[in-house]
Design a protein around this ligand. Sequence first.
Ligand code: BEZ
Length: 189
Amino acid sequence: MSHNTIALNQQRQPLDHLDSVWLFGYGSLIYKADFPYLQRKPACIYGWQRRFWQGSHDHRGTPEAPGRVLTLIEAPGERCAGMAYQVTPQTFTHLDHREKNGYLRFFTELHWQDEPGQTAGLVYLASADNEAYLGPDSDAAIAAHIAVSAGPSGPNSEYLLQLAAALRELGEHDEHVFAIERELLNLLA
Ligand code: BEZ
């Protein structure tokens, strides 16, 4: 699959008939909401884990030297916490462009963190068949890769450190993220 997914997302899943849509952020969307939203609430999804297994050619790396950013991997019984935003369908014009490097959007069930209830919402997911996919590696190797990567949105290390800080602010522990953060901090020390 081509790693530019803008047209694919718009063809597969037109949203214009809806008044608003919930979007679940599990990565940079937790701390970087560079779009208007109607409301936001901490939320989680079940059956998925975040992993630094996707290459970034356009934000935290370059086509010649891709960085490492997040995708979601199916993981029965696991929980992935993040932030949900209620947005208008027009917001996806911006988001599909921001997340064009291999990510397709899917509807899944979002569960509120601070209140009972759930709703359907969209997540961006880069599957193993996209051209920018890198796949698993050890925490140390992922941290070493992140330490030397940078792109138009800034250093790859900033992405990891801001994500870890945002998860702590939500009161969430994600061992994959925190183990790579520990390795990165050791490298930077
Ligand atoms: C997110 O923060 O939810 C996100 C992660 C990767 C791509 C797009 C969005």
